[in-house]
Design a protein. Structure first.
Length: 488
């Protein structure tokens, strides 16, 4: 195929040139009805290109297959057999993938370090999760993706599981041995779903970790807005092999997706694919070099340790890591990641990716340059100068791995939609959670509906909130009380 083409962008240009007069949504009629104060902030071009996908960008009765052609170009560009665009983010894409593999009450092996969108999928679909434990670094209190051996054990114990789902890279940039996990699945004729939301860029440079399709995954979900040039909510899910029917996957996406997809999102996805095919190698040559230099500069700042492969990769840890994720341990400064992130935003207008009880992280992409990297280094240097005033006696009590894992006492859907009550956190020990409790970012639930809460986990959440942790999906975001399944 001609990868220099961008069908959605070309169709959008043709739409503008044709001078069409819409009597359809969007009601702003290409910005004519938008408030001038809104246009002053968003720009006229946003409204001008916000048109219908059908009876707008494409004809209603004799479709020219514009989006389908753009999806086919994307699939060829990354070496997949099929690609599907989503304008509802990977939160929808991963649910579509899950529903194409398992149905209500059927089992799916799921890494317990999954994003909350996966748990939402379990709740909506009624799938029975078989949790596969991640690899836990007890020294650094950090989880890496589950091993192939862990999936092997889970399949042996649950041979009726319909497939497996693993998240890689993690928000901290660490990666699974996907080829080994795919082999475990395929030996049983079971598909592997990869939530690769943080890995949309991986196909475009050999210096990056192996991407899921090259490793043999069956379905791979990517968030192009995270590490690519897509607009927010842009996602692509890819398919190969014969273990998942493309028509089934498409129908599941249609079931969950919007009937009013954003042409703006489609156009940005289309343009990003062309950009990566034509310039991706050079762009990531630069980005990887910038990341290496920035790592060295930050490592020279007193009290800061930038994690690398020597910390995160090896036996019992991750298989690989994305060097564009700069994960910085602040333990030596005695400043929590929560406090550091808030201070950097307030004093240097620096917005970080992930912050936890002892770390912060900054993601670099092909869009960064010496100016943005320099601003980060300057801000981090200033942070250490203010470390003493940022220290707090409030300590986050992080349980050991054995205390973090909770018993799945009920199906997530049954607990979420069952009769519930709100109880003080001190009285929730032993009760079954009826809500997700998710420190965000990175958005990995500490407790999911149906899990039996413990004093250790509740204390972790409470001390975390007191130290600056954000738990936005809880009914009580301060976690002074918790929603639990009502006891009969």
């Amino acid at each position: 195929m001609d990868q220099s083409k961008a069908p959605v962008l070309d169709a959008l240009a043709a739409y503008h040139e044709s001078g069409q007069t819409p009597f359809t949504p969007p009601g702003h009629k290409q910005g004519r009805g938008a408030d001038r104060r809104v246009r002053a902030v968003l720009g006229d071009a946003v409204f001008r290109s916000d048109v219908l996908a059908t009876s707008g960008l494409d004809d209603r009765t004799s479709s020219h297959g514009i989006v389908e052609e753009a999806q086919a170009l994307m699939a060829e560009a990354v070496g997949a057999e099929h690609a599907f665009f989503s304008t509802c983010g990977s939160s929808l894409s991963v649910k579509s993938a899950m529903l194409s593999v398992a149905g209500p009450h059927e089992k799916l092996l799921v890494g317990r370090d999954a994003h909350k969108s996966v748990v939402s999928g379990l709740i909506l679909c009624g799938i029975r999760p078989v949790w596969v434990d991640p690899q836990w670094d007890a020294e650094r209190h950090l989880a890496h993706p589950p091993s192939a051996a862990a999936f092997e054990v889970a399949f042996a114990e649950h041979p009726d599981a319909r497939g497996a789902l693993v998240t890689t890279p993690t928000p901290y940039g660490t990666c699974s041995d996907l080829a080994a996990i795919a082999e475990v699945c395929h030996r049983r004729d079971r598909p592997l779903i990869v939530d690769e939301a943080w890995g949309a860029h991986l196909p475009f440079h050999p210096g990056l970790p192996t991407w899921a399709m090259d490793a043999g995954a069956d379905v791979c979900v990517t968030s192009v807005h995270k590490m690519g040039s897509g607009l927010e909510q842009s996602s692509v899910f890819h398919l190969q092999g014969d273990l998942v029917d493309p028509d089934v996957l498409r129908s599941r996406e249609d079931l969950l997706g919007t009937t009013s997809p954003s042409v703006l999102v489609y156009a940005a996805l289309d343009g990003w694919r062309r950009q990566m095919v034509e310039h991706g190698k050079a762009l990531y040559d630069h980005a990887l070099g910038l990341a290496e230099r920035t790592r060295e500069r930050v490592s020279r700042i007193d009290g800061m340790r930038v994690h690398g492969r020597e910390d995160f990769c090896g036996p019992g840890k991750a298989q690989d890591m994305d060097p564009l994720q700069l994960v910085i341990d602040l333990s030596a400064t005695q400043v929590s990641g929560y406090r550091a992130a808030d201070w950097l935003r307030r004093n240097h207008r620096i917005n970080l990716h992930v912050s936890d009880h002892r770390r912060i992280s900054a993601q670099l992409t092909h869009a960064d340059d010496s100016d943005t990297a320099g601003a980060l280094v300057t801000a981090l240097t200033d942070l250490t100068a203010h470390a003493e005033e940022l220290r707090t006696p409030r300590t986050v009590h992080v349980p050991p791995p054995s205390k973090l894992r909770l018993e799945q006492a009920a199906l997530p859907r049954d607990a979420f939609f069952g009769p519930t009550e709100q109880v003080p956190w001190e009285k929730a020990d032993g009760r079954i959670a009826a809500e997700m409790l998710t420190p965000y970012p990175p958005g990995i639930p500490v407790a999911v509906p149906g899990e039996r809460l413990t004093a250790d986990v509740l204390r972790y959440l409470r001390t975390g909130v007191e130290a600056g942790m954000v738990v936005p999906d809880a009914v009580d975001t301060e976690v002074t009380s918790v929603r639990v399944l009502r006891e009969e």
